[in-house]
Design a protein around this ligand. Structure first.
Ligand code: URA
Ligand code: CA
Length: 432
């Protein structure tokens, strides 16, 4: 087999075989296929697309390029949840303990944040002592005993994806649906869950800026998951404005605690119930979505969900007292309000730019090497569709520096007030 022939076939829109795709991925991972040939292959894929079968071969080859995590020692059906990225996305912090509290096994591998998006691992590290680097055997033990652990990826997961992603980044081939779908699913499949719930976000704060692309990506990933023998479903959710009110780290932990008490922002609660019900059904802990939702609501009102959160924090070395003593979470030196310059209705809050404002405060990373300040962040006091009076606070800003003119400018430039505005639809579609 020769790489040049495979590139030619892909260029001409021919369907590649499993052997050919394996050859490409194995060769690129071990270095026998050079960057220039892989670049041409990626660009050919970008222009001619792939069939579901080809995408599945690609996904499986990438997931088998490194460690395949074996979670078979964990009893029951292991469910995982993945979001394609957002701003202020506090969902996992609430979902993981909540779903575990009704008996489903949540073995969650999460990531860190970069740019305008925050990462669940960073947020959890805002809790004093919380440890996200857990060895595999310890991870399995915790999930077996307590039904929940949220950890960073251990071992060498999908190294082919790492190498290919870096090349895509510099060859303008990131925004290709077969390449995104295989990249995400290869990591999910290698991390060993039996069932996968995908939250495909759409809007300014998301990878997929429009609904049509989000639909294609979601359908593609669901089909790949099923072809790879994992129960997979997806929702398409709005990320045109941030999710919930808190954007940061310690303040998102606080928001998650509030949500586990049943007092979270409406949009966050809805996301949690919709995704959570799907996870509970996939884990076969409820027969219907209605039954699952009732179980989750009951777990929140009885305090069971919040107790599970405390247990999760304690199991991973964190101080569970943060739940009842918010002052134990990192606190910023200064609090500022952002007064509205006029009266009206909020018509738009550009999610990615509001994420950038939080990053400027230190809540996120500009580069991988940046160190996060857990105490700082933003709390939105208004969301799209809310009425506002001139002088009323739009955003509360938690900062460790006194001069925040740069942050205020980004916020003012990206929060729009007009005569009317309607709350965006939160969940566009459910794909099973
Ligand atoms: N996230 C991934 O992991 N891969 C992509 O290609 C895009 C988003
Ligand atoms: Ca939030």
């Amino acid at each position: 087999m020769r790489m040049v022939d495979i590139i030619m076939d892909k260029r001409d829109g021919k369907k590649l075989s499993q052997e050919e795709i394996d050859f490409v991925i194995t060769g690129y991972t071990d270095g026998s296929i050079p960057d220039y040939q892989m670049s041409a292959f990626l660009m050919a894929t970008y222009f001619t697309d792939m069939t579901d079968e080809e995408i599945t071969y690609l996904t499986m080859a990438m997931s088998q390029s490194g460690d395949m995590i074996d979670l078979s020692e964990i009893n029951g059906i292991k469910v995982d949840k993945h979001s394609t990225g957002g701003v202020g996305d506090t969902t996992t912090l609430v979902l993981a303990p909540l779903v575990a509290s009704v008996g489903a096994a949540v073995a969650k591998m999460s990531g860190r944040g970069l740019g305008h998006t925050g990462g669940t691992l960073d947020k959890l590290e805002a809790i004093p002592g919380f440890e996200v680097e857990i060895q595999n055997d310890q991870f399995i033990k915790i999930v077996n005993e307590s039904h929940v652990a949220v950890a960073g990826q251990s071992g060498d997961l999908a190294p082919a994806d790492k190498k290919i992603y870096a090349l895509r980044d510099v060859t303008s081939t990131v925004d290709s649906i077969p390449l995104i779908a295989s990249s995400i699913m290869s990591k999910k499949i290698a991390s060993g869950a039996d069932a996968i719930v995908l939250d495909v976000t759409t809007g300014d704060g998301a990878f997929m800026k429009n609904l049509e692309d989000a639909e294609r990506l979601a359908h593609t990933m669901v089909r790949i998951g099923k072809l790879a023998n994992r129960q997979t479903m997806a929702i398409i959710s709005d990320m045109s404005q941030p999710l919930g009110n808190a954007i940061g780290n310690a303040n998102e932990i606080q928001e998650a605690i509030d949500a586990l008490r049943g007092n979270g922002p409406e949009d966050l609660m809805e996301m949690v119930y919709v995704l959570g019900s799907q996870m509970v059904v996939l884990a076969e802990k409820a027969a219907t979505l209605e039954e699952a939702r009732k179980m989750l609501e009951e777990s929140i009102s009885s305090g069971k969900a919040l107790n599970k959160f405390k247990e999760m924090v304690a199991n991973q070395g964190g101080n569970p007292d943060v739940v009842d003593h918010p002052e134990l979470l990192p606190q910023a030196k200064y609090t500022f309000e952002l007064p509205a310059k006029e009266s009206g209705v909020i018509s738009k809050m550009v999610a990615d730019q509001i994420g950038v404002a939080a990053m400027l405060l230190g809540a996120g990373r500009r580069t991988k090497e940046d160190v996060i300040d857990y105490a700082v962040g933003l709390n939105l006091n208004k969301k799209v569709g809310d009425a506002v009076q001139e002088g009323e606070s739009l955003v509360t800003i938690y900062s460790n520096r006194e001069d925040i003119e740069d942050v205020k400018k980004v916020l003012y430039d990206n929060i729009f007030i007009s005569e009317s505005g309607i709350e965006p639809k939160l969940i566009h579609e459910i794909i099973t």
